[in-house]
Design a protein around this ligand. Sequence first.
Ligand code: GLP
Length: 242
Amino acid sequence: MKLVVTKNRKEGSQIVFDFLYDQIKNNGVQSLGLATGSTPEGVYQLLAESDLDFSDKVSINLDEYQGLEDEHPQSYHYFMKEHLLQYKPFKESYVPDGTGSEEKVVKEYEDILEKHPINIQLLGIGVNGHIGFNEPGTPFDSRTHRVRLAEETIEANKRFFDNKEEVPKCAYTMGLGTIMEADQIVLMAFGEGKAEAIHKALEGPVTTEVPASILQRHNNLLVVVDEEAARDLSQETLKKYR
Ligand code: GLP
């Protein structure tokens, strides 16, 4: 694991962008695993403004709310179009079909992942330590599946909807086992609201109660956090992984 602590979100986004830029230009990256949420927005803006060409590459998103049409402004399909894909089209882009049946979505997604193993997976983290929509209690060997969202996730994500009742109760997500198969993983977190989740994910025991803690077992993990999100990390960790 390598850990980079930046002054703020802007610097953190730049570090992640620089890393991606180098890997895409010089390391033959073909398949990018993408995340939604406010955390990666700055990285997508930098990618959108860059001279990178994605027309021969594949993007694969982590998750989607169940029941939302692609055109719904809070769907992750819409988010990706809005923040990146309208500026930088990929050869193929995949986001789980929020309106498909569980059986169909799971099969489709696992087939896609088998055909396009992910070279670099971007991740944010939920306040409860979730990655993708893998809530506490999700088995480490899980594949793409349907989840019931945790109360704290609905609470955290209601800011994007008119009211809490509008937040879908379920979602489709790549599983923890699926995510761990990526060649490289980049975990990002900004702001003090993520400090506890980052502390537990990186320094706590590896437990299904903190889904992101499984990342401690990935052998190619880059963590980029700002000072606020790094607040609860020990000096030992900060030194060891810098
Ligand atoms: C959402 C997404 C995650 C994301 C997380 C944090 O629920 N499913 O992929 O990492 O919440 O979101 P944000 O970056 O807005 O804090």
